[in-house]
Design a protein around this ligand. Structure first.
Ligand code: 3PG
Length: 394
């Protein structure tokens, strides 16, 4: 794939697909990370004399014009982050868009309305892609986190104009390649979260690629059940036990060691500060549920991290949203941060919950790379080809 360095942008209108699908509560952006992350790309384009025109989706309006999902309120947020005027056009194709592009002057950025207000976006409709392509001369995709969608603005458009990856897309692809594509070994993956069933493909792909797989959260319970261990009233997918056994078999054949909790923190209620005790993993009382991994498990995980050179992390190890059941996630995250700071570990993490958990642990900043992607990060960990990335390579 090409980068901004390969493109002659002077005087040209550059259509930049960004992901500014940020969380908003009561009209306020609660986490502006995705907005901040596109700044280098937009500034670079302006520095090369190009005129950036931003294409983005927001929410899931399903092809309808849903006023609450307009991108207009994000223009001031972009102005703040970019430090330049950001104009807005009420459609991403047609008359309003063309007029706004024509009026754009050097030093300004144009934001176009939510691409998903058109049904053709999610259908990857060639007509919509053609309408977008008519607005500019160059296409830049900086939306790794939307690259798992084969949509008109993420995939179709790439085939219609000279296309390049933006700086954020470049950074994501390089970091992920360093973690799973061609990593320095040994590699350890941490996979947590509630359910095995949602991460089957991911686990299946990882056991063939990493040296150690640390399983945490609710899905660890399913693996314990598969090993014949009783887990009381814990969240566990008993119907997935056979699948868990198959993953264990596959791991063994591939030389990947699976690490399950050896001790667990159990409680009778799922709430913050519920009375709890720490017991060996095989001694969960029948009327209790596992809500976190215990200190011995954390010590074992720390040892694996110490012996590893690369870490890839998705999903918390316990019920991290309610204290004290965030202890294992926090301690393991802090260990990873410490080793990364010391320069012995390259650490990469992604996925909505994961980033929230690492932030809560105060560990995110020390990580080598934190992906802005949720679903796209998971699909990439599953070994799937992302249409938005593939289109840049074609
Ligand atoms: C995300 O928030 O993960 C991306 O913006 C993709 O959004 P989507 O899941 O609605 O396609």
């Amino acid at each position: 794939w090409k980068t901004l360095d390969d493109m002659d942008m002077a005087g040209k209108v550059v259509l930049v697909r960004v992901d500014i699908n940020v969380p908003v509560e009561n009209g306020r952006v609660t986490d502006a990370t995705r907005i901040e992350k596109i700044v280098p790309t937009v500034r670079d384009i302006m520095g090369k004399g190009g005129k950036p025109v931003l294409l983005a989706h927001f929410g899931r309006p399903k092809g309808q014009v849903v006023p609450e999902m307009s991108l207009a309120p994000l223009a001031p947020e972009l102005e703040k982050a970019l430090g330049c005027p950001v104009k807005f056009a009420e459609d991403c194709i047609g008359g309003p868009a063309k007029k706004a592009v024509a009026a754009l002057t050097a030093g300004e950025v144009l934001l176009l309305e939510n691409t998903r207000f058109h049904a053709g976006e999610e259908k990857n409709d060639p007509e919509l892609a053609a309408g977008m392509a008519a607005l500019g001369q160059i296409y830049v995709n900086d939306a790794f986190s939307a690259a798992h969608r084969a949509h008109a603005s993420t995939e179709g458009l790439a085939h219609r104009l000279p296309a390049a990856a933006g700086r954020l897309m470049e950074a994501e692809l390089k970091a992920l390649e360093a973690a799973l594509g061609d990593p320095v070994r040994p590699v350890v993956a941490v996979v947590g979260g509630a359910k095995v069933s949602t991460k089957l493909d991911l686990l299946g792909n990882l056991v063939g690629k990493v040296d150690h797989l640390v399983i945490g959260g609710g899905m660890a319970n399913t693996f314990l059940v598969a090993r014949g261990i009783e887990v009381g009233t814990s969240l566990a997918e008993r119907d997935m036990a056979e699948t868990a056994r198959e993953i264990e078999e596959k791991a063994k054949a591939a030389g990947c060691t699976i690490h399950l909790p050896v001790d667990v923190v159990v409680a009778r209620e799922f709430r913050a500060n519920a009375a709890n005790e720490t017991v060996p993993a095989e001694k969960c009382p029948a009327d209790a549920m596992i809500l976190d991994a215990g200190p011995e498990s954390v010590a074992a995980i720390a040892q694996v991290f110490e012996a590893s050179k690369t870490l890839i992390w998705n999903g918390p190890l316990g019920a991290f949203e309610i204290a004290p059941f965030d202890a294992a996630t926090n301690a393991a995250a802090q260990k990873a941060a410490e080793l990364t700071r010391a320069g012995t570990l390259t650490s990469v993490a992604g996925g909505g919950d994961t980033v929230a958990a690492l932030n809560k642990a105060g560990a995110a900043e020390a990580f080598s790379y934190i992906s802005t992607a949720g679903g796209a990060f998971l699909e990439w960990m599953e070994g799937k080809e992302l249409p938005g990335v593939k289109a840049l390579m074609d």
